[in-house]
Ligand binder design. Structure first.
Ligand SMILES: Cc1ncc(COP(=O)(O)O)c(C=O)c1O
Length: 390
């Protein structure tokens, strides 16, 4: 199949998958949590993996200059971001990369800044490294525009920066509220970071999945000021749905920051998998046609959700995200109890991520993964409406 056509996997095919998304629930549940896609993966990645398995090329990862070169090329083509290939390092996955970076930049007991609602494993990584966190939540002010709905609390952010935090762990673009950061917002973070001697770790894993009207700004495109205080962690794992292959990328933009990262354990590189690293290299060099096809489908899906919700569950507040495939739904008007995600699983046999895992105060939200076929989305939202209406 050509990468200009997407193959939707059917529920029957997906039920044979061994991944968490397809093992965590009974077979009569439609699972829409866990950020992986229900599409056949890109042909170049499939071919590469077949060929490696065919010749039993299944050992440890060694040197892989192909990856540094292909990521640099992709970053230049996609975002006009000039990445020095010698300043690209590998890690097992984004989680491991962030944990090891936190170990470099913080000591147990020190504080870092996050803004909830935020990807649930930010809390896991914080616990693992025994740092404290200061949460400056987004101010939620529902409108039909995502940026004015999810407002950055600048007073809170400035106060946190002045309080002695060591790291700002930024989710850019932001998961789960679907928001992109503008260049001017990022510059304001950078200015605060430089003034207060704070490191910005920017988790940019969702960035390849940008929609045309909301271009993504990699933080390291914002000049030497950004390069002085920021480190980017990214991957091909969301964009090309290869999370199980295990590989992430750490990028720096200045010599001093690059050298600081010599404190990372050297084994970090070898703890990525050989499949993940070579699949990542080929995703960035040959995976753009598939990625663009996926983005076109996701674009339709995010609007299909608006239509379905306004027809079947008009009480739900939803704004199509500015990137990626995660719909963040405000269910507060439905009065589904303390954990609406649990209620929906019970009543409708649709599994979503419950809002409270992104921060306790967001318990009236759920996150729905729409990287699947329009049929499955329609079936899931129809079941949700039937369950809720009783
Ligand atoms: C913002 C964000 N960071 C990191 C991850 C996980 O990345 P990894 O599996 O490479 O640790 C996810 C997964 O959904 C995510 O949404």
């Amino acid at each position: 199949m050509s990468d200009s056509h997407l193959k939707f996997l059917t529920l029957e095919e997906l039920a044979t998958h061994r991944s968490e998304k397809w093992r965590a629930f009974p077979t009569d549940v439609i699972p829409l949590p866990v950020a992986e896609m229900d599409f056949a993966i890109a042909e170049p990645i499939k071919k590469l993996l077949h060929s490696m398995v065919e010749i039993s090329d299944t050992g440890y990862l060694g040197s892989i200059p192909e990856l540094n070169a292909s990521f640099s090329h992709f970053a230049l083509m996609r975002w006009d971001w000039q990445v020095d290939p010698t300043k690209v390092r590998l890690a097992t996955d984004v989680g491991v990369a962030v944990v090891e970076l936190l170990r470099v930049f913080t000591s147990p007991g020190e504080s870092i800044l996050i803004s909830s609602p935020v990807y649930q494993n930010f809390y896991t990584w914080i616990n693992e490294t025994k740092v404290q966190f200061i949460d400056v939540p987004f101010i939620y002010n529902p409108t039909d525009d995502i940026t004015s709905t999810w407002v950055i609390d600048w007073d809170g952010i400035e106060k946190a920066y002045h309080s002695g935090i060591k790291v700002h762990l930024l989710c850019s673009p932001h998961n789960p509220n679907g928001r992109m950061y503008s260049e001017s917002e990022l510059k304001r973070f950078i200015e605060l970071a430089r003034k207060n001697n704070v490191i910005i770790i920017s988790d940019e894993i969702h960035s390849p999945l940008e929609y045309k009207e909301h271009p993504f700004t990699p933080i390291l495109t914002l000049g030497s000021e950004a390069a002085e205080c920021s480190v980017v962690v990214t991957a091909a794992s969301k964009g090309w749905s290869i999370a199980g292959l295990k590989c992430a990328i750490i990028v720096t933009g200045s010599d001093p920051m690059h050298e600081k990262l010599n404190l990372l354990p050297p084994a970090l590189h070898f703890r990525a998998s050989i499949f993940g690293a070579f699949a990542t290299a080929i995703a960035f060099s040959e995976g753009t046609p598939w990625l663009d096809t996926v983005i076109r489908q996701l674009d339709q899906n995010r609007h299909l959700i608006s239509t379905l919700l306004s027809d079947l569950l008009p009480e739900v507040k939803y704004i199509p995200p500015q990137h990626s495939y995660l719909a963040w739904l405000d269910l507060s008007a439905l009065n589904l109890g303390e954990d609406p995600g649990a209620t929906i699983l019970l009543q409708s046999k649709v599994a979503l991520n419950s809002g409270h895992i992104y921060g306790a105060q967001w318990n009236q939200f759920v996150r729905l993964n729409f990287a699947t076929s329009p049929e499955i989305i329609t079936r899931a939202i129809t079941q949700m409406a039937e369950g809720i209406r009783g």
